[in-house]
Design a protein around this ligand. Structure first.
Ligand SMILES: [Zn+2]
Length: 166
């Protein structure tokens, strides 16, 4: 076969390309975002290593790989490199240098830990993202007061919510 991509792969890549644009469109200042995301991915040590492993295959000896690289690669989800951006399933893998601004966007509504995690997880991924979100929210007084309000809900509502999470 001449082409590296089968028709099915190509179709999938096209679908994901649409996803890229959807993801990008949901970020503020999206005009410059795509170029920014690409160059950040290119210069990110972890993400460059992941891209090499996708292109050339995962080496047999992985001991020299950074823990973050291994964490991304061991995921059971599919990882794609589309035009220089990495996706884990339909989620954009965010370079280290852009994580703070993504956290700021996800945190804009001051929704507390769980809601902010949900929001972020719907479109982006990086190793330790949940911990990073917790760190930011735990330092935010607005989010803390939101959490306290949640805890003041009647206990029946709380147990329903707990069940819904399972
Ligand atoms: Zn907050």
């Amino acid at each position: 076969m001449q082409s590296k991509l089968s028709d099915a792969d190509r179709e999938l890549a096209e679908d994901l390309d649409v996803t890229v644009h959807t993801v990008i469109a949901s970020f503020p200042a999206s005009q410059n975002k795509l170029a920014e995301l690409r160059s950040a991915t290119e210069t990110d040590q972890v993400l460059s290593a992941v891209r090499l492993c996708i292109r050339d295959g995962i080496p047999t000896d992985t001991t020299w790989l950074q823990p973050e690289v291994k964490q991304i690669l061991k995921s059971t989800a599919e990882i794609y490199d589309i035009n220089g951006l990495l996706f884990l399933n339909n989620k954009l893998i965010v370079a280290q240098s852009l994580r703070k601004s993504i956290l700021d966007i996800a945190h804009e509504g001051h929704l507390g830990v769980e809601k902010t995690k949900q929001l972020a997880r719907s479109s982006v991924y990086w190793p330790g993202m949940g911990d990073d979100i917790e760190r930011v929210i735990n330092k935010c007084s607005v989010c803390q007061s939101f959490q306290r309000k949640q805890q003041h809900l009647p206990s029946s509502t709380r147990s329903c919510m707990a069940k819904a999470r399972c």
